[in-house]
Every structure is written in structure tokens, then in C-alpha cells.
Design a protein around this ligand. Structure first.
Ligand SMILES: *[C@@H]1O[C@H](CO)[C@@H](O)[C@H](O)[C@H]1NC(C)=O
Ligand SMILES: *[C@@H]1O[C@H](CO)[C@@H](O)[C@H](O)[C@H]1NC(C)=O
Ligand SMILES: *[C@@H]1O[C@H](CO)[C@@H](O)[C@H](O)[C@H]1NC(C)=O
Length: 425
């Protein structure tokens, strides 16, 4: 038999074959990318739904109650909530309330992806929401963001109630200076031990609007609401912006009157007292709190005069709301809230008060710390908590990052950053 001697495939031919196959795959990948890109770039823009609360009849663990509204109207709890989380305003404590309410009613949160904020300080974009698809139903949006009304409206149903919280701007400035100071290069060159006092002595000496993260040092509230924090306070835009915020937000709470704020919230959202029980999370160790002298306070208010205007405006509307609610009724309800919080404290918290980070036994209960120190306090759970309260106690005390993880948020950037901090600290 005559054997046909196969010509060995030359190196060159083999090479050509491999390149052809590789090119084909690359071509397919490019095609695939283009097709997905197409979808990504021009999604069909469906209108947001009117409401994302569970339709009547659908299973809900909540039994409608009379609530607190007048006229014997049946009060149905509101499920669609936008909480504009401002910085250094007890907003972590409030977030814990929202998380628990969301879990209780199986609500869908619009969470960020990879980290615990929406790319702050960039303006919020609807595409930052994890798994966002046009026309989807989200109930709650509550992570840190720089507010952008038009983009927020693309995520939430039209019946959403907008809530936020403000704090006395002098106290907020002090807190922000303490908490973020290490992250703001502008503060690094400030001489002396009391950097904040030195800064306030002549802010313009140290402040530059273009400095990295400089917004933490001036009108931070106004900045969080998406406004220009470096405007001249007499600029008509300031007045206009405050008007827009007042129009957009249904309730503006005040940190200094947190309990009254929660009672007003419970009223407009038609929630129950159990929904607004809370423990103060993320509180600072007393020794690291600098008491503002009246002189420093005056300077801080002058330096943050846009925030001061904002605060005074919403202080007026806040007390008008309390007046409408009824002063006596408010006093009574705040007392009830305090009584029930104290009751929970006894049940849940070992020793009944927060402890320093080094004294927290469970790693899971460790709160997030500012860079360079461990001044944020946390809690130890009681041992032998009654079964009926075990889950609630843990949830009420769980620090924000851990709670977000439990709720299924992907936090790889935040966690990486936490490791870096732990090494630095
Ligand atoms: C609701 O109102 C009815 C009649 O007004 C009253 O009997 C009932 O106790 C109220 N329920 C709650 C939970 O307040
Ligand atoms: C803006 O200024 C006008 C005129 O001074 C005043 O009537 C109005 O109340 C101001 N609005 C706000 C939100 O402060
Ligand atoms: C807030 O309003 C209350 C009630 O009108 C008033 O007593 C208080 O001085 C105001 N606070 C500020 C900071 O304007």
C-alpha cells in the first residue's frame, strides 16, 4: 500500500490557524460588547411607577391601624421613601430605622454598587443603582449621595415621600472637621494643636474651593443637597435653592430634636411606634468632642452662613409642623418613645450604654472609624436576651456597614478601604 505521507503542518500554517481562531473569538467578543453596549447606552426609558407599595391584598406583615391621623381615616403605612442622608447628622441612626422597616415589609432598596455611597461627591445618577433597570420598582433610597432631584426621580415611584435631616451648622462643622480632617489636604498645613480654632480665625487663609474634599469644610449641608457651597450668602441663588429643597422634601428633620422628628415622621408615613425605636449609633467618645466656645460658634456660623440660613429656614417649618401636630400630643408621644427606647436598652445593651471600640467583644459589632483614630463608640449585646427580642436587639445595634452587607449590598471598595484604614490606624 502506498502511504500518502502527510505533509507536516508547517509552523507558519499552525500560526495562521491560531491567529484566525483568536481573531474570530475577538470578533465575537467585540460583537457581544457592542450589543450589550447598545442596550446600556440607550435603555428604553420607561416611566417610573406611581407606587411601589405592595398592592392591597398582597401579603404584608403589617396590620393596618388607625395610625395617628385625624378624621378616623384609615392610615396605610407609606413604603416608598427617599432619605437624603446628610453628613454628620445622626443619619446612621436613622438608616438603621429604615433598614429595619424595609426588612419587616420586604421592601426593595436602591443600593449603590461596590461601596456604601453613590460615588459621593459626584452628583447622583440613576445608573449608580445596583441592578437598575428602567421601569423597576424600588421602595427606598437612602445611602450617601450628592442630591440630584431629576436623577433620583428616575429611580423611585411617584408617590415617594422625601425625607432629610439637618443639624446646627456650627456643630456640624466641628464634627465634619474632626471626622474628615485627615482626608482634607487643606488642613494638613494648619499650624497648632487646635487646628479648627486656627482655621476659623481666618478661614480664607487656608480654604480653597478647589482643594481636594474642601466641601467638607464649608456649607456641607448645602453641598450635599447638590448646591454650590461656595456661593456668596447674599446670592439670590441661595434663596432659590432653599425654596427648591423646601418644595421637594416633605419632611426636614432636625438632629437636635431627633425624637420630635421621628414622631413627625411616624405621623406622615403612618408608621407605628415600634418602627421608630432606636439606639444612638456612631456616637463619638466624649473626650474627643470639642466644646465650641461662643466665639468659635459665632465664627463657624458665619463661615457656614448658607447652611445657617438653610437651618433657620427649616427650623421655622419644623416648629410649625410640631404646632400643627399639637404641642401636648408631641410631648406625650416623645415621652412614650423615650420610655420604649429605655425599655429596649435594658433588654438589649450590656451595661446600658455604648463602650469604646477596644471594649467591644464581637467583631461584627465594631463601628466604622475615622482615619487615624478610634473615637467612635459601639455596643455589646446583653447575654441571655429573651428569644422574642434577640433578632430585634441585634438589628438595632448592628453598625451600618455590617447591616448593608446583611442586606446583600456588594461593598468591595468600602471593605478594601477599611483594610487600608485598619493598617493605618
Ligand atoms: C382603632 O380605632 C378603634 C375605634 O375607633 C379602636 O377601638 C381601636 O382600639 C383603634 N386601634 C388602634 C390600634 O389604635
Ligand atoms: C427668598 O427671599 C424672599 C424675599 O426676600 C422671601 O420672601 C422668601 O421667603 C425667601 N425664600 C426663602 C426660601 O428663604
Ligand atoms: C428655632 O425655632 C424655635 C421656635 O420658633 C426658636 O425658639 C429657636 O430659637 C429657633 N432656633 C434657631 C436656631 O433658629
Amino acid at each position: 500500500m502506498l502511504q500518502v505521507r502527510q505533509k507536516p503542518i508547517s509552523w507558519k500554517q499552525r500560526w495562521v490557524k491560531h491567529v484566525t481562531v483568536a481573531c474570530f473569538f475577538m470578533f465575537m467578543i467585540v460583537l457581544y460588547c457592542l450589543s450589550t453596549l447598545q442596550i446600556y447606552v440607550s435603555p428604553p426609558e420607561l416611566p417610573v411607577p406611581l407606587s411601589c407599595a405592595a398592592p392591597p391584598g398582597q401579603h404584608s406583615t403589617h396590620s393596618p391601624t388607625n395610625g395617628s391621623q385625624q378624621n378616623n381615616k384609615i392610615c396605610v403605612p407609606k413604603m416608598d421613601v427617599m432619605f437624603m442622608k446628610t453628613h454628620k447628622t445622626a443619619s446612621s441612626t436613622f438608616l438603621n430605622i429604615l433598614f429595619r422597616f424595609g426588612e419587616k415589609h420586604n421592601l426593595k432598596f436602591a443600593f449603590p454598587n461596590g461601596r456604601n455611597d453613590f460615588f459621593y461627591p459626584s452628583y447622583f445618577q440613576h445608573t449608580y443603582v445596583q441592578d437598575f433597570k428602567s421601569g423597576m420598582c424600588f421602595n427606598i433610597l437612602c445611602n450617601h449621595m450628592r442630591f440630584n432631584a431629576a436623577e433620583v426621580a428616575k429611580v423611585l415611584p411617584r408617590d415617594t415621600l422625601y425625607i432629610t435631616i439637618l443639624r446646627d451648622p456650627a456643630e456640624l462643622f466641628e464634627s465634619s472637621f474632626h471626622y474628615f480632617g485627615h482626608l482634607i489636604p487643606l488642613t494638613w498645613s494648619i499650624p497648632g494643636k487646635d487646628k479648627m480654632a486656627e482655621f476659623l480665625r481666618d478661614p480664607n487663609l487656608y480654604f480653597s474651593p478647589n482643594g481636594f474634599s474642601s466641601f467638607y469644610l464649608k456649607n456641607l449641608l448645602f453641598f450635599d443637597f447638590g448646591q454650590d457651597n461656595t456661593l456668596d450668602p447674599s446670592d439670590p441663588q441661595v434663596n432659590k435653592s432653599i425654596g427648591l429643597i423646601a418644595e421637594r422634601f416633605h419632611l426636614v428633620m432636625l438632629m437636635e430634636h431627633f425624637e420630635e422628628s421621628l414622631i413627625l415622621l411616624k405621623d406622615i408615613l403612618c408608621w407605628e411606634m415600634v418602627d421608630i425605636l432606636f439606639f444612638k449609633l456612631n456616637s463619638r467618645q466624649q473626650s474627643t468632642m470639642s466644646k465650641l466656645t461662643p466665639q468659635l460658634r459665632a465664627k463657624a456660623l458665619q463661615w457656614n452662613s448658607i447652611d445657617w440660613k438653610l437651618y433657620k429656614h427649616f427650623n421655622v417649618t419644623f416648629w410649625e409642623k410640631v404646632e400643627t401636630y399639637g404641642r401636648e400630643r408631641m410631648t406625650k408621644d416623645v415621652a412614650e418613645l423615650r420610655r420604649r427606647n429605655a425599655e429596649m436598652e435594658k433588654i438589649c445593651i450590656k451595661g446600658g450604654h455604648p463602650v469604646m471600640a477596644k471594649d467591644i467583644h464581637e467583631e461584627e459589632m465594631q463601628p466604622w472609624q475615622p482615619i487615624g483614630e478610634r473615637s467612635i463608640m459601639g455596643y455589646n449585646l446583653n447575654k441571655n436576651i429573651d428569644k422574642a427580642y434577640q433578632v430585634l436587639c441585634r438589628k438595632m445595634l448592628l453598625p451600618e456597614i455590617q447591616y448593608l452587607t446583611d442586606l446583600g449590598v456588594n461593598l468591595w471598595v468600602t471593605k478594601l478601604w477599611e483594610h487600608v484604614r485598619n493598617i493605618i490606624n
